[in-house]
Write a protein that binds this ligand. Structure first.
Ligand SMILES: Nc1ncnc2c1ncn2[C@@H]1O[C@H](COP(=O)(O)OP(=O)(O)O)[C@@H](O)[C@H]1O
Ligand SMILES: [Mg+2]
Length: 269
């Protein structure tokens, strides 16, 4: 039983958060040790594929210092709140709702200067005090490493499945070990790993050229006892076409081998 007003407040907030979480369907956190390995690309293309397949998908950006979802979705909007003060996610396409702090910033070069407690509070709000509709999938794009943003997310969402994104480069592999160890210690359920930019699709001939030793990521999977979920090629043409079309690459260049593998992976979730 609650004994103080503070306890009571905590119990009510937890109950509110749990009520919201119960409506969000399957929950996935996309994380990594290093930056630039493809977390945002993966999050956006998985979410897009699932929404186009008829599912209801929420996509949350907990990368507070380097938010990218608005840019990756070419989604220009301003966040508003409902009469209860809950943030209203932006609908990108039918079935896809997005929440990113980018839509709160007045200038695209504005930096978020928050530290620990402010960040923790903001993330709790993005999850539990947001007018998320009833969802089938809830995907969370995180910053690299295991700072406040990632650990707060793991703390609040107990039935989260985390997906590690890594490239075959030794430095990315080393940082991935640390991120996996940290998330395991935080009792997160890690679903497995995705090796991104594993090979290069030649824009001229379409051939697959190995960039990194495939053993690097495989060894990481073996040592950490994680499942290898997908191996995705680097496809510069797909990235270019996405930029030109201002659409995620599964939409801009659906016949690319990268899009094919992204779609297959999304529909396996
Ligand atoms: N498989 C890929 N093929 C082509 N370009 C990619 C691929 N994965 C990522 N990129 C590009 O690499 C850059 C970094 O990816 P991003 O998803 O922003 O990484 P992160 O979110 O981990 O920092 C982006 O410009 C993105 O378009
Ligand atoms: Mg990112």
């Amino acid at each position: 039983m609650p004994t103080t007003f503070e306890d009571l407040d905590r119990v009510i907030r937890r109950k509110e958060m749990d009520d919201v979480l119960a409506r969000l369907g399957r929950k996935y956190l996309i994380f990594s040790g290093k930056g630039g390995v493809g977390k945002t690309t993966l999050s956006v293309n998985l979410a897009w594929t699932l929404a186009r397949a008829g599912y209801r998908v929420g996509l949350l950006d907990v990368d507070l210092h380097g938010p990218d979802l608005a840019g990756a979705l070419y989604l220009d909007a301003q966040l508003t709140a409902d009469e209860q003060g809950r943030l209203i996610p932006i609908q990108a396409i039918p079935g896809l709702w997005v929440l990113t702090i980018q839509h709160l910033l007045t200038d695209e070069n504005q930096a978020v200067m928050w530290r620990g407690p402010r960040k923790t509070r903001a993330i709790a709000q993005f999850i539990g005090e947001t007018a998320w509709p009833e969802l089938d999938y809830f995907l969370i794009d995180s910053p690299p490493g295991t700072g406040d943003e990632t650990l707060t997310t793991v703390h609040h969402i107990k039935d989260l499945a985390a997906i590690l994104v890594v490239t075959g480069h030794k430095l990315a592999i080393n940082d991935a070990y640390k991120a996996i160890t940290c998330l395991k210690r935080a009792n997160a359920n890690i679903l497995g790993l995705v090796e991104n930019q594993a090979s290069l699709i030649c824009p001229e001939c379409g051939q697959d050229i190995e960039i990194h030793d495939p053993l690097n990521a495989q060894t990481l999977a073996n040592k950490t006892e994680l499942k290898f979920l997908a191996r995705l090629p680097y496809d510069p043409k797909a990235a270019l076409m996405a930029e030109k079309a201002q659409k995620p690459l599964v939409e801009a260049y659906p016949q690319s081998p990268l899009s094919e593998r992204l779609r297959a992976f999304a529909l396996s979730l």
